[in-house]
Design a protein around this ligand. Structure first.
Ligand SMILES: [Zn+2]
Ligand SMILES: [Zn+2]
Length: 310
């Protein structure tokens, strides 16, 4: 426990130091655009004066959902129509979902929409009074750039801890059979499958780890909107099945869907601590688990060893 706290604490410090060191440029950009953003925010506040809850719905539900479905719309075109042609070069599990089983996708879509409309939306609305009590999300002053980065780092760590342990619990045989098996029906996941879960899992593993950070920090609405959007995009990337350039690597969670008993977390810090990534570390997927900074697919630059012939 002490070791975990120590490593997570050091992780947070390192992350903050790193963000601090790379943030010089961004800070300048932020300062230059800061007045503009502040003016826009104040305009929004006066437009929705007395009806701030509309701003809350836009920032916490509409904007993240729009980004989620725009990104997933593009991925679904790639999965169903296999367009554009080059995208298949970036597939992690070659030959899987090429094209995707539309029947299976249609059935999954019902659960995905149910989770989004009947669980996520009511839950975010239910949290409204709690968020307001924790700190005024509509305060006139937008957060400073460094405070915003610090909040993002804290949200990420809270998400890692809660997601890792709730996810490992869901792999307990009893809970797995009743709850988590559904999510694992997709051994080769696609973007929207991030929401294809039992409703209990959707609350415990998808929603709570994400919403808890802003509640604890009493965050500004702008920070909440960015964090919710980022969380949805990252969940989509980690399930999308393609290791695309200039996006975070999805190899870690893709390997979890393939092997079931490895890689439970998001960042991989707790998997490293608990030794739940030892098999993964011996694979080519681990070598490919990095940010792709060019257009050559990692499956081509780090190919699988040739299959042994019997
Ligand atoms: Zn998953
Ligand atoms: Zn799992």
């Amino acid at each position: 426990m002490k070791r975990t706290a120590f490593i997570l604490g050091s992780g947070l410090l390192l992350l903050v130091a790193f963000l601090n060191s790379v943030s010089g440029q961004l800070q300048r950009f932020w300062d230059a655009s800061g007045c503009f953003q502040q003016a826009q925010w104040e305009r929004l506040l006066s437009t929705f004066e007395g009806k701030e809850w509309i701003l809350y719905i836009i920032a916490t539900i509409l904007v993240p959902a729009l980004l989620f479905w725009s990104f997933n719309g593009l991925l679904l075109v790639a999965d169903t129509a296999r367009k554009p042609n080059f995208i298949s070069r970036y597939r992690i599990q070659v030959g899987q979902n090429e094209p995707v089983d539309t029947m299976k996708l249609r059935q999954s879509m019902r659960t995905i929409l149910f989770n989004q409309c009947m669980i996520s939306v009511p839950m975010v609305i239910f949290l409204y009074p709690i968020i307001k009590v924790r700190g005024d999300p509509y305060r006139r002053e937008l957060p400073t750039f460094h405070w915003f980065l610090l909040e993002l780092a804290i949200f990420t760590l809270i998400n890692e801890v809660l997601f890792y342990y709730s996810h490992r619990l869901l792999h307990h045989p009893t809970l797995y059979k009743k709850i988590h098996k559904k999510h694992h029906e997709w051994t080769a996941p696609i973007g929207v499958i991030s929401f294809y879960t039992h409703p209990i899992e959707h609350v415990a593993s998808n929603m709570l780890p994400v919403v808890l950070g802003p509640i604890l920090m009493g965050s500004h609405l702008s920070s909440i909107a960015v964090w919710f959007s980022l969380a949805l995009i990252c969940a989509t990337v980690s399930h999308c099945g393609y290791h695309l350039p200039f996006l975070p690597s999805p190899e870690f969670h893709d390997y979890h869907h393939l092997r079931f008993n490895q890689c439970y977390g998001v960042l991989g810090v707790l998997d490293h601590l608990h030794g739940t990534d030892t098999m993964f570390k011996q694979t080519k997927a681990y070598e490919r688990h990095r940010f792709l900074l060019g257009f050559t697919p990692l499956s081509e630059s780090i190919p699988d060893p040739p299959k042994k012939m019997d």
